[in-house]
Design a protein around this ligand. Structure first.
Ligand code: KIV
Length: 264
């Protein structure tokens, strides 16, 4: 049992206190990030891009997610571990249940899946089986081919209304938290205000209950151009731990993300 639980995160939302999440894929960074006070670690399928050099998360397999979740669990010092259900693992209810079981056995405390209200039954069944679920809305990277690129989602009114309805339906179905990626600040604010469960944002402005970034992005070691919502916390920091702590304090005092990291 980690010392940060889902109850901790829910209480933070109730108290109006922000919390932080970072990705980690191995034991060393898991230890660094959790000891620096980050409340939640995401074993993201972004590892397909960050570690494996693919141009999307689509090639990542369940077996690889299990391997990295086990590594993160060994290094963790008290954070809540959330692991991604990879591409197509939720195509059927049976596959979603079996895949989530593998991740939980590997050391995850909850799972994240990408999609909308059509996943309501899956969310309910997972929850009934003791698997807390975070639903990823907005720019869901596993659907990059459907979107035609990594683009901001929810800018048109109809898309924004659909996302608000997805969030409502999935929360009612039992989602333990929501994660919104690359959506306009005002839409993220509305989703956060309407939700009783914590809402974690990335490229979604400053009003969500929590923020997440890919660790390698915020350490400035991602090659090439990074997304607008990324901030490099290494300049001025003497160590990785210091950069992670700076990220946490800027999220908590509301200075990160700024308008330059957000979308209208
Ligand atoms: O896979 C991942 O790291 C993610 C974050 C970008 C939210 O889903």
């Amino acid at each position: 049992m980690s010392s940060v639980t889902l109850q901790t995160l829910k209480q933070r939302k109730l108290n109006g206190e922000k919390f932080t999440m970072l990705t980690a894929y191995d034991a060393t960074f898991s230890q660094v990030v959790s000891e620096a006070g980050i409340e939640a670690i995401l074993v993201g399928d972004s590892l397909g891009m960050v570690l494996q050099g693919h141009d999307s998360t689509i090639p990542v397999t369940l077996e690889q997610m299990v391997y990295h979740t086990q590594s993160v669990a060994r290094g963790n010092r008290g954070a809540l571990i959330m692991s991604d259900l990879p591409f197509m693992s939720c195509a059927t209810l049976e596959s979603a249940l079996n895949s989530a079981a593998e991740l939980m056995r590997a050391g995850a405390h909850m799972v994240k899946l990408e999609g909308g209200r059509w996943l309501a039954e899956t969310v309910t069944k997972l929850n009934q089986q003791g698997v807390p679920v975070c639903v990823h809305l907005g720019l869901t990277p596993q659907s990059v081919n459907t979107f035609g690129g990594y683009k901001v989602q929810g800018r048109e009114q109809s898309a924004a209304l659909q996302m608000l309805e997805d969030a409502r339906v999935l929360e009612e179905a039992g989602a333990a938290c929501l994660l919104v990626e690359c959506i306009p600040t005002l839409l993220a604010e509305e989703i956060t205000e309407n939700s009783k469960v914590p809402v974690i944002g990335i490229g979604a402005g400053p009003h969500t209950d929590a923020q997440v970034l890919v660790l390698h992005d915020m350490l400035g070691i991602t090659p090439g151009r990074t997304a607008r919502f990324v901030k490099n916390f290494m300049p001025g920091s003497n160590s990785v731990t210091e950069a992670v702590q700076k990220y946490a304090s800027e999220v908590k005092n509301g200075t990160f993300p700024g308008p330059e990291h957000s979308f209208e």
